[in-house]
Structure formats: structure tokens, C-alpha cells
Design a protein around this ligand. Structure first.
Ligand code: ATP
Length: 246
């Protein structure tokens, strides 16, 4: 099934990822299904943080994917494909520069316009299924300053139809997905090219200590490769390294 077939719509959900996981467990959804909530009452980000969206104005969805041969150690690939698909959807609607903040927030200039939260089910050495949760700020008109957020509306001055944004997202993800499943590795380069603050000294927290480092790329496990001020180069997962809060 192509991604976006079917789109299952709900008026109110705690979180689209949660419902997608329940439906998947009951075998009620297959590869390509999309769970869409008009309103999300308990949307989630990384580490249990919350995701805010204005009902009807913004987009909160989860895509169900079933890779045919994705090894667990390569699962970050899904984050890359999703980030690239979301970045494409955003780029087409705003004039500003779109970047991906590792691991998978999408920024316009330096403000977060979309967040992605992926939950994979690994069986043996393979990823059996993946739920790709995406929140895109479409028509939200204001954010608390500390979120450093933006929306398509704020950046373009125009309303966008969340349903059209979703159709575009599904098509973009389908293109990325089928290219990758067909052996195309172009997403690696495309993701690196969009990496926010690549080559620039940036504030990070490593093992709870503030440090300055220069992102260079991500490795195949999705770890961020950074250069330290003493010239050392290391690859770190989210368990040890994150961008400092802004
Ligand atoms: P950070 O953005 O600080 O790096 P993170 O990447 O760990 O955080 P995510 O899991 O991607 O966080 O998203 C959750 C966080 O995003 C929340 O804690 C909140 O700060 C912020 N947030 C929540 N809703 C939105 C939104 N609609 N747009 C932008 N940012 C949001």
C-alpha cells in the first residue's frame, strides 16, 4: 500500500502514536496507514516531553511503516527519510532556509516548525514495524517565546490546508521510502546537507556537561559526529549528547 492509504481520521486522541501502536498490535493497520487526529490531548516528544498543537489548525499524524529488510542497527534511516519528507513539505511553503536539527526536528531559520517522534518494533535483527509521528505547525499563530517555534503561517503569511499538507507529506515520504527500499542511498547525503549548524561551533550538553562542539555529520547508527574544541572527533547518541536548551 502506498503511504497514506488509508488515512484514518479521529476527532480526538491522546496521541496518534499511541493509537497507531494499538491498531498495529491488533493487526488492524498495515504498511502505509496514517492515523490523523484533529485534536491530540497528550501529544509527545522525545523523553516524554509534550507536543502542543492547535486542533484543526496544525497537523498531528502517525505513519505506519513496515520495512522489508531494515536492520535494527540502521534504524536511524527512518528518521532521515521522515525528516527529509517533512523538510520538503515545509520548504515548498516558506521562503526561509529549512534545516534538520539532529536527530529529527525541522527548523525554519532557527525556529522549530515540526517535530518527529519514531517508535520502532525490533524483532531479532530487523525492524518489523515503525510508527513515525509527525507534528507540523501549520496555521498556529503564536508560540511562547521560549519554544523558539514557528509555523508555516508565520513564515509564509498564508493559511495552508492541513489536509493538503498531509497529502504532500505522504507523497514525499512515499518517494523517499520507495527510493530507499529500492536501494537508493541518496537520503544520506540529503540529510547531511540539511544538518543544522553543520560545521559551526554550537552549545551542547555531553554527559550532563556543557560543551562547545562542531557537528560534522551523522554516522550510520544515527549518532552525531562532532569535533570538540581540543580537536577530538567523536560520534555520540542521544543518550550522551544533545543540543543545549535554547
Ligand atoms: P528541543 O526542541 O528543546 O531540542 P527535543 O528535541 O528534546 O527538544 P522534542 O521531543 O522534539 O524535543 O519536542 C518536544 C519539545 O518541543 C517540548 O518540550 C517543547 O519544548 C517543544 N514543543 C512542543 N510543542 C511544540 C510545537 N508545536 N512547536 C515547536 N516546539 C514545540
Amino acid at each position: 500500500m502506498p503511504i497514506g492509504d488509508p488515512i484514518i481520521r479521529f476527532a480526538t486522541l491522546e496521541s496518534t502514536n499511541k493509537t497507531a501502536a494499538e491498531l498495529l498490535k491488533l493487526s488492524k493497520v498495515q504498511h502505509g496507514a496514517v492515523i490523523l487526529a484533529h485534536e491530540q490531548t497528550n501529544g509527545r516528544g522525545q523523553r516524554g516531553r509534550s507536543w502542543q498543537a492547535v486542533p484543526g489548525a496544525d497537523l498531528t499524524v502517525s505513519l505506519v511503516l513496515k520495512p522489508t529488510r531494515l536492520r535494527a542497527e540502521d534504524q536511524f534511516m527512518l528518521g532521515k527519510l521522515a525528516a527529509l519528507a517533512v523538510a520538503e513539505v515545509v520548504q515548498e511553503r516558506v521562503p526561509g532556509a529549512v534545516r534538520v536539527k539532529w536527530p529529527n526536528d525541522v527548523l525554519v531559520e532557527r525556529r522549530k516548525v515540526a517535530g518527529i517522534l519514531i517508535k520502532n518494533e525490533v524483532v531479532g535483527e530487523l525492524v518489523q514495524s515503525s510508527i513515525v509521528g509527525v507534528g507540523i505547525n501549520v496555521n498556529s499563530r503564536a508560540f511562547p517565546e521560549e519554544l523558539v517555534a514557528t509555523s508555516l503561517w508565520l513564515d509564509s503569511g498564508r493559511e495552508a490546508d492541513p489536509s493538503e499538507v498531509l497529502i504532500h507529506l505522504c507523497a514525499a515520504m512515499e518517494r523517499r521510502w520507495s527510493a530507499w527500499e529500492g536501494g537508493d542511498r541518496g537520503a544520506d547525503r540529503a540529510y547531511s546537507d540539511l544538518l543544522w549548524s553543520r560545521g559551526r561551533w554550537s552549545a551542547f550538553v555531553r554527559d550532563e556537561e556543557p560543551i562547545m562542539a562542531r557537528p560534522m555529520d551523522v554516522d550510520r547508527h544515527g549518532r552525531l559526529i562532532v569535533e570538540m574544541e581540543n580537536g577530538e572527533v567523536g560520534a555520540y547518541g542521544l543518550d550522551r549528547l544533545r543540543f543545549a536548551p535554547r
